[in-house]
Design a protein. Structure first.
Length: 176
């Protein structure tokens, strides 16, 4: 249970607080907690079954990363609205159908972020609308190749790995 919170930093993407929490045994401890509005990610699947991934410049990771399209939730925006917006902006497709794959907590030790994962089908081509600070290359591949890239250590992003594994598990369960 949170007993006290002191806000240390308020940024455009996140905020940082020093929080005191009561532990289950009654003791108290201080934690540095990053507050994040959450996000949503989407695995776009073309009509022929191929996947649309992106290679995106990520300065915190030191360069380009292979990922699923994703974004931070805007104020009042649902995860579904977020992925519908991001799939257009980042890869230039509109989703005809969204199915929720699951949710993840990427950094539970110090951050409140929760990411909702979706698969998008019934895609219609439209125009990409990248933000000024985005550098993105589109990568289209077979599901098996994407999973092999995870195994080879070429896809290191956690939300992408989980989305691919959940999608593959669903395909196996459906007998595809």
């Amino acid at each position: 249970m949170k007993v006290q919170q002191k806000n240390i930093f308020e940024g455009r993407v996140l905020s940082l607080a020093l929080e005191t929490h009561q532990l289950p045994d009654g003791r108290s401890a201080e934690y540095e907690i990053i507050h994040h509005p959450g996000g949503a990610a989407v695995l776009p699947v073309l009509d022929d079954g191929r996947l649309v991934l992106i290679r995106q410049f990520r300065p915190a990771a030191g360069g380009m990363l292979l990922e699923v399209p994703a974004g931070r939730l805007e104020e009042g925006e649902s995860p579904e609205e977020c992925v519908r917006r991001e799939i257009v902006e980042e890869v230039g497709y509109r989703a005809g159908h969204l199915e929720k794959l699951g949710e993840m907590l990427p950094t539970v030790g110090f951050c409140t972020e929760k990411v909702c994962l979706f698969v998008a089908t019934g895609l219609t081509r439209t125009e990409q609308a990248l933000e000024d600070d985005e550098f993105i290359e589109i990568v289209i591949c077979e599901a098996e190749e994407a999973l092999a890239m995870v195994q080879r250590g070429e896809i290191l992003d956690g939300k992408t790995q989980l989305a691919l594994f959940l999608y593959a598990a669903g395909m196996r369960a459906a007998g595809s």
